[in-house]
Design a protein around this ligand. Structure first.
Ligand code: PRP
Ligand code: ZN
Ligand code: MG
Length: 222
């Protein structure tokens, strides 16, 4: 589908918490997708765009590279990308007010917490090392950050690290793993992002049309 040079490419999460939010937004914006749920791409029937279904961590890369002109991603994933990329050619065009969640530090229930100084010299497991490293610097605390790509909640039990920093929405995952939140590190919501690279004139015009449709949807939700 990439041969269609004049069609926009919009990256959304294939499966996960942002997947339904993203599909719903496109639907509310009047975009009708052609293919079924298992395809990795879908053509929009009534708008010159193709949807790419990808891993959420890949969305900022695709948009910054200009492979996809637009994307829908969590603010936490975007921030982690910005902090770890030398040239993040990506901007937020609309916060979507959905999929609100927070990156929180958490520890086993029995852990005594006396503020961020409790972390001094400790290890913290997280999928967001750049955000956690920045937060530690802000707090003036020295701790080591261990990157894990998933199942972060297991880190204390596996003795990988006594603390974790992970996304919390309902809190059910922490609870199920005998952990409790001790500090807020970063608040997040779904955002619509756009590449800051130059677009061809037709794509620029279509991008504006997409944006005004999305803004129309967001206004009805205020
Ligand atoms: C996040 C996080 C927790 C879970 C917390 O994972 O890593 O596992 O959600 O949600 P809760 O507080 O409602 O229980 P997510 O499903 O977003 O995706 P991931 O696979 O990228 O970690
Ligand atoms: Zn295409
Ligand atoms: Mg998870």
């Amino acid at each position: 589908m990439l041969v269609d040079a004049d069609r926009l490419h919009i990256a959304i999460q294939k499966s996960g918490r942002l997947s339904d939010v993203s599909r719903q937004l496109l639907k509310d914006a009047g975009l009708r997708l052609q293919n079924g749920r298992n395809a990795l791409t879908a053509r929009v029937e009534n708008f010159p765009a193709d949807i790419m279904f990808v891993r959420d961590d890949d969305i900022p890369t695709f948009v910054a590279d200009g492979v996809c002109e637009f994307g829908i991603v969590g603010g936490n994933v975007l921030e982690e990308f910005r902090l770890s990329s030398s040239e993040p050619a990506i901007e937020v065009v609309a916060p979507l007010g959905q999929a609100r969640c927070s990156l929180k530090l958490a520890a086993p229930e029995a852990t005594v917490w006396e503020g961020s100084s409790t972390l001094e010299g400790q290890r913290i497991a997280t999928s967001y090392p750049a955000i956690v490293t920045r937060w530690l610097a802000e707090q003036g605390v020295r701790a080591s950050v261990v990157k894990m790509n998933g199942a972060v909640e297991l880190a204390p039990r596996l003795r990988i690290a006594p603390f974790i920093c992970d996304l919390v929405s309902t809190g059910a995952t922490l609870e199920a793993n005998g952990l409790r939140p001790v500090a807020d590190v970063f608040d997040s919501e779904a955002v619509l992002v756009r590449t800051t690279r130059d677009l061809s004139e037709p794509k620029r015009v279509q991008g504006e049309a997409l944006l005004s449709r999305v803004e129309g949807v967001l206004q009805t939700k205020d």
